[in-house]
Design a binder for this molecule. Structure first.
Ligand code: GLV
Ligand code: MN
Ligand code: MN
Length: 409
């Protein structure tokens, strides 16, 4: 990811030296494209797998090529430092994550990491010398796609997720996170207050995951808050039997209970102006000619305030037992920092989001935190169709350069 030369970019004015080439970010994302590519065209990049290892190697290679100091914290997150935060005080950190949801898009996470390296290149090419250490973070297991708890790396870092609970989380094959981490050659994960103290301020750049920027006519927005959200597990027991010989009246079919739960969640979400999704279902034993013995489903519920989310979950809980697997209250980003970033970026619009981020976990832990969102013309995300135009990605890098120059200058 050597920055394009001025002649490649056609720039002449020195002030434009740091501008990102429109195709540069896509080129870097494409370089990651073989890792975990699924037949759908999306990506399966889950925590503590071979793919995760390969992505970490990529991160290490990019950091190493730039002479950055690499550190893995006790919670399994990777950090690349320009400068020494232990000697020179807490640094300015940017970055994001490289893991994905099942069949996720190319931008959710990687855009923030790739943009961070590009921004650092641009700052250096411009002769910038940071007055504070500058760090690039690659958080582990942001999506929680394998073990169920989103932002597991940053939650472990801050202590919001305990070492014991993390180690005991199991994936769909019954492998515990503790075991997967050990197999990957990492020491047992635990909170790392020392690593957290190195972060003086954190700004995460991320693809926008809705259409919030489309009508505003701007490529980049500044985050204000993350809406409350959580995940609940619903266990529905039935009685396994033969599909061709069991009379309807004699059946105890847990899929019927699931259907009621899904419809109730949808109706409750409509009533309370919230969001409810049952995107993951496990049917056992999953035979076409067998009445299932049990169903496990997961409810993801979100909304503008906690009350409406809780109201949706309460309505579902009236039908079936629900177990809360994670909960994140409304998380505001530092309002002073958000205003400062918006002013720096020519009055960039302010946006709240329903998507969770490591930035929210750091903000909740008291780190001054902000976010930059890059326009997503369709709003589609967590899908192979997720997309951000080259020019907007480049505008995101330019915005990050401006922000880092100000915060670390
Ligand atoms: C993370 O992308 C989430 O909000 O689920
Ligand atoms: Mn995501
Ligand atoms: Mn993300």
């Amino acid at each position: 990811m050597t920055p394009p030369s001025p002649s490649q970019r056609g720039d002449t004015a020195a002030i434009q030296w740091q501008r990102c080439h429109p195709a540069a970010v896509r080129g870097a994302l494409e370089a990651l494209g073989d890792v975990g590519r699924a037949p759908s065209g999306g990506f399966r990049r889950f925590a503590w797998t071979r793919e995760d290892h390969d992505l970490r190697e990529w991160f290490d290679g990019e950091a190493g090529a730039r002479g950055l100091d690499l550190v893995t914290d006790r919670a399994g997150n990777r950090w690349a430092w320009w400068g020494d935060p232990d000697a020179d005080g807490p640094g300015v950190v940017t970055g994001s994550h490289l893991d994905s949801v099942p069949d996720g898009g190319a931008y959710d996470g990687p855009l923030g990491v790739v943009s961070a390296f590009h921004a650092l290149d641009a700052l250096r090419a411009d002769g910038f010398v940071p007055a504070r250490p500058l760090g690039i973070a690659c958080f582990g297991d942001e999506e929680g796609a394998r073990f169920g708890v989103a932002c597991a790396g940053s939650r472990l870092l801050t202590g919001a997720l305990s070492a014991g609970r993390a180690a005991a989380l199991v994936d769909g094959d019954g492998t515990a996170m503790g075991e997967a981490v050990a197999r990957a050659g990492h020491a047992p994960l635990r909170p790392d207050p020392e690593a957290l103290r190195r972060v003086g301020v954190f700004v995460e750049l991320h693809v926008e995951q809705g259409r919030g920027l489309v009508d505003l006519g701007r490529p980049v927005a500044v985050g204000t808050a993350i809406h409350p959200h959580g995940r609940w597990r619903i266990d529905l027991a039935g009685r396994a039997d033969h599909a061709g010989t069991t009379a309807l009246a004699d059946r105890d079919d847990p899929v019927l209970a699931l259907a009621r739960v899904v419809l109730a969640a949808r109706a409750a979400a409509e009533r309370h102006d919230a969001l409810a999704t049952c995107g993951k279902v496990r049917v056992e034993p999953n035979g076409v000619n067998a009445i299932p013995a049990r169903v496990t489903a997961w409810l993801d519920a979100r909304g503008a305030d906690a009350e409406r989310v809780r109201a949706v979950v309460a309505e579902v809980a009236a039908l079936a037992p629900v177990v809360e697997e994670s909960w994140t209250d409304r998380t505001p980003f530092d309002p002073g920092l958000a205003a400062r970033l918006a002013a720096l970026l020519d009055g960039a619009p302010l946006l709240a989001t329903g998507a969770g981020h490591d930035a929210g976990v750091l903000a909740a832990a008291g780190v001054p935190t902000g976010m930059l969102y890059v326009r997503n013309p369709t709003g589609v995300s967590h899908s192979p169709d997720e997309h951000a135009p080259d020019a907007d990605c480049a505008a995101g890098v330019d915005a990050l350069v401006t922000v880092l120059r100000e915060l670390a200058g």
